[in-house]
Ligand binder design. Structure first.
Ligand code: SAM
Length: 322
């Protein structure tokens, strides 16, 4: 098992396979961000990274993220390259869901096990306000296609913003309960375009929970493990049940047990989501995979893994993938 200098086990690899995304979410992506990134890693190179960390360092969980992974036409090859060599690994993906009506079955056949889909609203006008695009019906079709393809579990992620989508929380809970999918509420982080004025929109998990309580009968905490989400089995007043989660990077950070290592689509190493990259794996992958060099670069980067994430982010999630 890989450790950092604070003795945190590093067992979770997040591969951002592209910085491109179909959306321009106001909390995530600067409007001027271009979709083309020269020199992106190939499926084979992502495969070497996964092989190295799984086979030599005991990583147990790999998440494919972005940008949006579905913006890459060779996404099935990336999934297949990792899944074929590691059929037992927990292989997950995060996506905005827009292309999943077309891709859910393909991803499942390639070896993807589960998926997290961003869903901040069910309302088309709010979707457009948040993401500069229309098409919420495609996201909903993508959720249904993911369920139909057998990706399990399907989890929904909602970034809650005061005055923008906080009024829609009960409706989102009802949607998740009807579909029998987990819904996780993410506290807004001071990154990307809102780094300077995030407080205007920020709502804590406690505040979000108080918005939900009027429609619920009971909350039972579920075991957390190494996950970043605090989950509850909730019984609603209408008799339905749902699993709700809270991801609290701001009100109660989980840095002390952070087990993540993030690699960007060009091979940069991000030991902390809100910090600068601490080196690059490129010279260990090109012209050919070099495991000794890989380990030296990895060790140097992990030396720099922050004890806690900073509270002002000059990086954006577009290159790191959440
Ligand atoms: N496009 C994919 C998706 O939608 O899941 C993967 C990348 S996206 C950057 C990963 C997650 O980060 C999404 O759930 C997104 O809502 C969240 N995110 C992006 N910027 C954020 C911010 N400033 N605060 C909180 N969450 C953020």
């Amino acid at each position: 098992m890989l450790h950092d200098t604070r003795n945190r086990d590093i067992g979770y690899l997040r591969l951002s396979v592209t910085a491109a995304c179909q959306l321009r979410c106001i909390y995530c992506r600067p409007a001027f961000h271009r979709n083309h990134t020269p020199g992106m890693l190939t499926p084979q190179e992502f495969g070497h990274i996964a092989d190295h960390l799984i086979d030599l360092h005991g990583v147990k969980k790999v998440r494919i993220t972005g940008g949006d992974p579905t913006a890459r036409s060779d996404l099935p090859e990336i999934i297949q390259r990792i899944a074929q060599c590691h059929p037992d690994i927990d292989l997950a993906m995060s996506t905005n869901g827009l292309a999943m009506d077309r891709l859910a079955g393909v991803c499942k056949s390639a070896g993807l096990k589960r998926v997290n889909i961003s869903l901040d609203t069910l309302d088309e006008a709010t979707f457009e306000q948040l993401s500069s695009k229309r098409g919420i019906e495609h996201v909903i079709a993508g959720i249904d296609a993911s369920l139909a393809a057998g990706l399990a579990p399907v989890k929904l992620n909602m970034v809650v913003m005061r005055g923008i989508n906080d009024g829609q929380i009960p409706e989102m809970v009802a949607f998740a309960a009807a579909r029998k999918v987990q819904l996780r509420f993410i506290e807004l982080m001071p990154m990307g375009p809102l780094a300077g004025n995030w407080q205007q929109y920020y709502l804590s998990a406690d505040h979000i929970r108080r918005r939900i309580e009027p429609i619920t009968l009971s909350w039972r905490p579920l075991q957390q493990g190494a996950a970043s989400s605090r989950n509850f089995h909730v019984i609603l007043r209408d008799g339905q049940t749902v699993t709700l989660g809270f991801i609290t990077p701001m009100s109660c950070n989980f840095c002390g047990s952070c087990n993540r290592l993030r690699i960007s689509c060009t091979g940069e190493i991000f030991p902390c989501l809100m910090d600068q990259p601490r080196g690059s794996l490129l010279s260990a992958l090109r012209p050919k995979y070099d495991p000794v060099k890989f380990d030296a670069l990895l060790a140097a980067a992990l030396q720099e893994k922050a004890a806690e994430h900073p509270h002002d982010g000059f990086v954006t999630m577009t290159s790191i993938g959440g």
